[in-house]
Design a protein around this ligand. Structure first.
Ligand code: ASP
Length: 362
């Protein structure tokens, strides 16, 4: 009887010990998970930069790509069609900003509209890669929080800019590529299409031309074949917040898997409330190697250049010397706008709360 009692007692102690151990493990695990979550939160936490300049003014600039056809080679009807679409795109952004909307909402809406317009090299109407497929890149950046989102090499997301925004808002990451990006977009409820959706007859013809006679890469040849494109928007809202967004099909005949500057934060897209918002277009490899969008911002931040001086330095002096073709649009925290390019043409436009408005190709 006594032996049984001692046995039961030992069993009970063992039971208490093991249960205690399990509870301790669970508590330690939970605390580790909480710590990990805290670390993750710190990782994604960014510094909000208020713009104390805000006085109700707003400004927006858009582009539909640099390197269009030379003056005189585009029909009057074609030019009219481009100008109309640029005006429409601009008015979408203006409406958003006039009604007190955010610069983020404005740039996303404008770029989405341009993605849906087959005239521009983004979304439907994107240029085709070496295998005749459309592989799309896009990025968006919030100058207030320093947060950014991007997707690259996607082939089934109807509006890559929306996916980029979701990457920024719903993940701890900045960029998702290929299948992963597409699966994520689908899980967020974004519209998924067949890869053939993006291919227009015009782009197919340019691709066939490229295939039968790939250009040697000189500036003139690239421009003649209309290799460039891309759409983008930058904006300053009434609260003084800056934002930038860019979307592209890249360059005709690019290698499969090639990613250009547009989705690379600091190269083709950048926004910082302390300085400016930038969206670039042109020969992406040069823009990546020269970190063009960030370089422009850094010239404002560290060299106290004006936006105009900085734009001239990056696009005209630095890139031109390297033989790189392209341009950019930028707006600074005071609402100044620049749209420099060193190509034949750049589809572009801007509008400000002062009433100034312009759309142009050459
Ligand atoms: N920058 C884009 C790229 O290299 C193309 C362009 O803007 O024309 O992908």
């Amino acid at each position: 009887m006594k032996t049984l009692h001692v046995y039961q007692n030992t069993l009970f102690r063992k039971y208490v010990f093991i249960s205690g151990l399990i509870i301790a493990c669970i508590l330690a695990g939970t605390s580790l998970m909480a710590q990990e979550k805290e670390i993750q939160d710190i990782r994604v936490q960014t510094m909000a930069v208020p713009n104390d300049n805000a006085d109700g003014r707003w400004a927006i600039a858009i582009h539909g790509g640099a390197g269009g056809p030379a003056r005189g080679t585009m029909s009057a009807n074609q030019e009219k069609a481009y100008l109309e679409k640029l005006n429409e795109a601009l008015s979408i952004g203006m409406k958003e900003l006039e009604s007190g909307g955010s610069s983020m909402a404005a740039v996303e809406a404008v770029v989405k509209f341009m993605e849906d317009c087959p005239l521009f090299n983004a979304g439907i109407g994107a240029v085709l890669n070496e295998n005749g497929k459309a592989e799309l890149d896009a990025a968006i950046m919030d100058g207030r929080t320093g947060k950014a989102g991007a997707v690259a090499g996607v082939m089934t997301i109807k509006n890559p800019i929306e996916a980029a925004r979701f990457v920024m808002d719903k993940t701890n990451h900045v960029m998702l590529v290929g299948k992963g990006a597409e699966n994520f977009a689908k899980s967020m409820g974004l519209k998924i299409v067949e890869p053939s959706y993006f291919i227009t007859q015009e782009r197919l013809d340019s691709w066939k031309k490229w295939k039968s006679n790939p250009p040697s890469g000189t500036k003139e040849e690239q421009e003649a074949q209309g290799k460039h494109g891309t759409v983008g928007a930058v904006a300053l809202d009434v609260k003084g917040n800056l934002a930038a967004a860019t979307s592209t099909g890249g360059m005709t005949g690019k290698m499969e898997g090639r990613v250009g500057d547009s989705p690379i934060i600091g190269a083709g897209t950048y926004a910082n409330n302390n300085t400016c918002a930038v969206s670039a277009t042109g020969h992406g490899e040069y823009f990546i190697r020269n970190v063009v969008a960030y370089d422009l911002s850094a010239l404002l931040e560290y060299r106290q250049m004006t936006l105009e001086e900085a734009a001239k330095t990056t696009i005209i002096e630095k890139l031109e010397k390297l033989g790189a073709t392209g341009g950019l649009i930028a707006v600074d925290r005071e609402g100044n706008v620049v749209m420099p390019f060193n190509t034949n043409a750049m589809f572009r436009g801007f509008a400000k709360s002062t009433g100034e408005l312009e759309v142009a190709v050459y």
